[in-house]
Ligand binder design. Structure first.
Ligand code: SF4
Ligand code: SF4
Length: 141
């Protein structure tokens, strides 16, 4: 499947994924899922951490202490999953100030999909939108 996808021109591949991304998100409500927030969690940048600390009205040092650990790749990630900001009803309490990685997930609406095909394939295990995109593309090619 990935080999076949790599043969498609980058611009056509972007159009294919971006179009299906919007169609699939019309049918799936993240509030019924929240699987990414329950299982993956974002990598946080310093800017994310500053924005979140400001939103929560706490010092960044306190934010680090409460929520952050450094993972095996030296990235900042949440200490525990599901995400500490996910509520029982699947709403995110920091939604307006959420990390950039949360805003961009599952990445299927971005440009240059060719460079992240393996990540997209991995995301089929977590995100039903991405799983459906791959199923539909498999039937097309
Ligand atoms: S896993 Fe996909 S469908 Fe589920 S909440 Fe995350 S982005 Fe939405
Ligand atoms: S910050 Fe919000 S959007 Fe990001 S993982 Fe946590 S609950 Fe989900």
């Amino acid at each position: 499947m990935i080999k076949k996808l790599k043969k498609i021109k980058p611009k056509e591949l972007d159009e294919l994924f971006n179009g299906l991304h919007h169609e699939e998100f019309d049918n799936i409500d993240c509030l019924d899922c929240a699987n990414c927030c329950k299982t993956l969690g974002p990598r946080l940048t310093n800017i994310d951490i500053e924005r979140l600390s400001e939103f929560l009205k706490i010092k960044t040092s306190i934010f680090f202490e409460r929520y952050i650990r450094i993972d095996e790749d030296n990235d900042y990630v949440f200490k525990s999953m599901p995400c500490p900001f996910l509520q029982d009803d699947n709403y995110c309490i920091v939604y307006k100030s959420r990390p950039r990685a949360c805003r961009e997930y599952p990445h299927t609406d971005r440009k240059n999909i060719k460079s992240i095909l393996n990540i997209c394939l991995k995301n089929t295990e977590t995100c039903p939108v991405v799983a459906n995109i791959f199923k539909r593309i498999e039937r097309m090619i």
